[in-house]
Design a protein around this ligand. Structure first.
Ligand code: UD1
Ligand code: CA
Length: 489
């Protein structure tokens, strides 16, 4: 258990995460803070960084789609308290209801926004240190950006201290041209915050109670307001629409890729490689272009993934290769090979040294050590032993229109091309099947199963029935060549 803030001798710390807004600009039926980047909801990223600080308490303020968001919060961190904002709108009101829920709390209050997902714990630590060093009533995280559109602008006094924050909609032309923006992240002393939130009005373009007004009000009370400018402006990126959502996803991904590169993973093309924050890669993994490594995927050392590959919740063993393929909830053993162009669905388990080759779909199937399904096959609800080779075009007919049945294939079985295994069916160890067999009955160990009628050739059929066609001409040429051959002998 990590030390919490209080035991480090600092003032108590409460974190309030604002997530009650509707997120209108997303134009989505999904609440904004539940949109995902890096495989996790925006709010999940914010709650993670909040917990990294080991605060005494974390509160999330909800209103829009309250139950849906609350369920997500509980899923991420059950210890986090949910506070309900009432019908009075605005970030100021949101903080006020959370502060009420904290009772007579008298420490520092860190306010985070559920839609500012790229903040890192180092930046927040620096913000808290700056706040405590300045003995400030409030400390604002700011960032200098190329395009400040949509953000609140930080208005500095002549002595360069922060005078107030003005929202874009309320800004004069001069104010709007300021490129230092409010990240929507602040630390406040609880008591002055409580007192000044009571003074916030609604005389602004949106008729809301702005948290940002507290800054000007604290200054008017001659209380110290400090600011920290984020060294990396990306940390302050707010997500209000889908353009910013994609930008946040890109920046987060760049950060994740870089982290794995520095940990020993070769990523040939960071721009087209997407790695969720929940995935793990060992040193000396190679990731080729256009590859998605998602959710809880774990890749062991020496594996080569890509190009053009997507892994969702997969486990890839040491030295395995997965080329131009799609896999979900699959386990790929050490040294196994997959692809190009295969589709591994949930429950695929390919043992060490096994192969799922080209144009193969697998589902809910175990493929034993060193066993191969090399070409053009469907393997569903099947257990395959070790050392097996399924001929090209093997199809397990696992569905009889009512239920699914299993196919069992023993060790060292080799099957002919273009077989259908009509489940439920078993092939014993060492069994063999002929080309084109439709296996409807169990095959005992060591047996050769043939289900195709012997071939019958009707001589001269083409000359008789297809006279004058190109095929008949070809036959005539063949006959002439045969004759010439015979004459020469
Ligand atoms: C806010 C800031 C702006 C800052 C920007 C940074 C205010 C008035 N403005 O603007 O200065 O540059 O964030 O990203 O604070 N929320 C509630 N309850 C509400 C309204 C909002 O909980 O009644 C939550 C939202 O869910 C969101 C956060 O507060 O997570 C910010 O709200 P949003 O409407 O996105 O504010 P911005 O316009 O981005
Ligand atoms: Ca916002």
């Amino acid at each position: 258990m990590a030390e919490n803030n209080a035991t480090q001798g600092a003032r108590a710390l409460a974190v309030i995460v604002l997530a009650a807004g509707q997120g209108t600009r997303m134009k989505s039926s999904l609440p904004k803070v539940l949109h995902r980047i890096g495989g996790r909801p925006l709010l999940g990223h914010v709650l993670d960084v909040a917990r990294d600080l080991h605060p005494d308490s974390v509160l999330v303020v909800l209103r829009h789609e309250r139950d849906r968001v609350a369920e997500a919060v509980t899923g991420i961190a059950p210890e986090i308290r949910v506070v309900d904002q009432d019908e009075i709108p605005g970030t100021g009101r949101a903080v006020q209801v959370a502060l009420d829920a904290l009772g007579d709390f008298d420490g520092d209050v860190l306010v985070l926004s559920g839609d500012v997902p790229l903040l890192d714990a180092d930046t927040l630590d620096a913000l808290l240190s700056a706040h405590r060093a300045a003995a400030a009533a409030a400390t604002v995280l700011t960032a200098v950006v190329d395009d400040p559109s949509g953000y609140g602008r930080v208005i500095r006094a002549a002595d360069s201290s922060v005078a107030r924050i003005v929202e874009q909609k309320d800004a004069t032309g001069d104010e709007a041209s300021v490129t230092e923006i409010n990240a929507g992240v602040y630390v406040f002393r609880a008591a002055p915050l409580r007192e000044h939130l009571g003074l916030v009005g609604t005389a602004n373009a949106q008729g809301e109670r702005y948290l940002t007004d507290v800054i000007g009000l604290l200054r008017a009370s001659r209380l110290a307001v400090a600011a920290l400018t984020a060294p990396d402006a990306a940390a302050a990126l707010g997500v209000n629409d889908r353009v910013q959502l994609a930008e946040a996803a890109r920046l987060l991904n760049a950060r994740t890729v870089r982290r794995w590169q520095l940990a020993g993973v070769t990523v040939q093309d960071p721009a087209t490689t997407w790695i969720d924050v929940t995935a793990t890669l060992a040193p000396d993994v190679t990731v080729l272009p256009n590859t998605h490594i998602l959710r809880a995927t774990a890749v062991s050392t020496g594996a080569v993934i890509g190009p053009d590959t997507s892994l969702v919740d997969c486990e890839v063993g040491e030295g395995a290769t997965v080329t131009r393929s799609d896999a979900t909830l699959a386990v790929i053993g050490a040294g196994a090979t997959v692809g190009p162009f295969s589709y591994l669905r949930a429950g695929t388990q390919l043992a060490a040294g096994g192969k799922i080759g080209t144009f193969v779909e697998t589902k809910n199937s175990t493929i034993g050590e060193g066993s191969k399904v090399p070409h053009l096959s469907y393997v569903g609800d099947t257990t395959i032993g070790r050392g097996v080779n399924l001929g090209a075009g093997a199809i397990t007919a696992n569905y009889d229109d009512l239920t699914k049945h299993r196919t069992h294939i023993g060790d060292e079985v080799h099957t002919g091309s273009h077989n259908v295994f009509v489940a439920p069916v078993r092939l014993g160890d060492g069994a063999k099947t002929g080309a084109g067999a439709v296996i409807r009955k169990d095959v005992p160990a060591g047996a050769l199963a043939l289900s195709v009628a012997p071939q019958r050739n009707i001589d001269g059929w083409v000359e008789k029935n297809r006279a004058g066609t190109a095929a008949a001409d070809a036959v005539a040429r063949a006959r002439a060549a045969e004759k010439a051959d015979d004459g020469a002998q």
